[in-house]
Write a protein that binds this ligand. Sequence first.
Ligand code: FMN
Ligand code: NAG
Ligand code: NAG
Ligand code: NAG
Ligand code: NAG
Ligand code: NAG
Length: 436
Amino acid sequence: MKFHGALARCVAFSTLQQLTLAQSAQELIDSVLNPDPDSATYSSYSSEIYYNATLYNQTPIASTNYDRLEASAKLRLPAAAYDYAAGGAGLGKTVAANRKAFDQWQIVPRMMRDVLPHRNLSTNLFGRTLPAPVVMAPVGVQTLFHPTGERATAKVFGELGLPYTLSTATSTGFADVAEANGDGSPRWYQLYWPSDDDLTRSYLRSAKENGYEVLVVTVDTWDLGWRTRDLDRGFFPFIRGIGVQIGLEDSCAHEKLGFNPLAPNATAEQKQTAALYHVITTSRGISPVWRNLTKLREFWGDGPIVLKGIQTAEDAQMAVEYGIDGIILSNHGGRQVDGAIGSLEALPSIVEAVKGKITIGFDGGIRSGADIYKAIALGADFVQLGRPVLWGLAHEGEKGVRHVLKSLLAEFDLTVGLSGCETLDQVNSTFLQRVE
Ligand SMILES: Cc1cc2nc3c(=O)[nH]c(=O)nc-3n(C[C@H](O)[C@H](O)[C@H](O)COP(=O)(O)O)c2cc1C
Ligand SMILES: *[C@@H]1O[C@H](CO)[C@@H](O)[C@H](O)[C@H]1NC(C)=O
Ligand SMILES: *[C@@H]1O[C@H](CO)[C@@H](O)[C@H](O)[C@H]1NC(C)=O
Ligand SMILES: *[C@@H]1O[C@H](CO)[C@@H](O)[C@H](O)[C@H]1NC(C)=O
Ligand SMILES: *[C@@H]1O[C@H](CO)[C@@H](O)[C@H](O)[C@H]1NC(C)=O
Ligand SMILES: *[C@@H]1O[C@H](CO)[C@@H](O)[C@H](O)[C@H]1NC(C)=O
């Protein structure tokens, strides 16, 4: 590779440490500008950006800053799709509280510690070693944001070896998402627990057959929150047959309906009936109850079960008592109870109550690598990404998703290193300070 002076100046600052590895100046430069895939780190994404800009005059597909990313996604999306994703319940107070909770913690970096370019961000989750503690949040109806929808997001998470969670409100079925995600990639399935045990068994069977390993049961959305942006335009994608693919494809649902809505001779009316049936059985207006978890355990078998939507130490403790494997602290991105606490607000007390007894996931308001760092430092075992990935998806599908994911991982990696840590075990609350 040819050496460009301006470029060398622009990347050399991050990699002095690699001197020990390189034989010569030219090798050092090459190793940074064009690292072989095995030695690339998450943070080398910044070198890639500077490199492409310098050599090809090409800048990234979307901003590396969340606010600008969201703004450009808004310009690309139909208003109803943008509002569906951006909106929260009621006045949007919980959406705002999720962000405010992050601002109440600041990072306190340490200097001159032994930190090398190759940080170990890997973590063990449910029997898998993952390269980073980052999981795709279950998000339904992704074809609203790009025609390739779930296929694109699942593909990119698979490429990076990070778990992809398929929603029960997906617009792409189990098998198609599994294929895009790739053989052997970690896949999770998020259940909206149907009121009919036959359907529950059937969905779980399809999930297992298609290699989904972890069952995530969302317990906060057994009825839809008061979503004012969607209500104002009467926007409910499911009635139009978007986000009901699991129901449309399910053989047990076909039996119950008495027809297959995907058959070539199915009528439009049959398709709509099947769509409504899926929505009604999975969002039934009756809360799931703790005592029925034993039944779910029987259906799912020994595989991990995680409850998503827990917000208190008491409920986290209940999950431990019921033999559940993990919880995800989440308020559904502020889409359910308006005026609820910011998600991160509850993390310290939940960590204090159940850390080590049950795996603790977190989502709600993660917008940057520094936010990932804060949640991990407060004791989360993993975090989930929601809206940022959707805004990426709006930028040409998989390209935009890849850019957003790589950007978040790069900034997380840099934050770990620049705060004085080399492994995730070292990142703890001593690196944070609460701001009043
Ligand atoms: C458009 C959209 C659709 C969602 N669909 C689901 C879903 O089908 N199942 C689920 O458990 N959570 C769903 N969520 C919630 C996410 O899993 C996650 O909790 C939330 O996005 C986290 O907030 P953040 O994106 O603001 O960080 C959805 C969120 C959004 C924005
Ligand atoms: C850099 O350019 C290469 C080749 O065109 C491309 O594959 C890669 O995605 C680009 N990276 C970024 C960050 O734009
Ligand atoms: C990285 O950290 C994980 C989890 O702490 C540990 O299991 C693994 O052995 C470490 N890997 C290396 C290469 O040090
Ligand atoms: C579609 O074809 C199937 C089998 O050929 C038949 O049982 C069903 O009644 C047909 N449906 C409609 C709506 O005509
Ligand atoms: C709990 O399980 C019982 C027995 O199968 C069932 O009758 C009941 O409807 C379930 N309750 C809920 C809220 O799911
Ligand atoms: C936090 O991590 C640092 C190393 O990064 C360690 O020295 C310290 O003991 C840890 N503190 C707690 C409270 O775990």
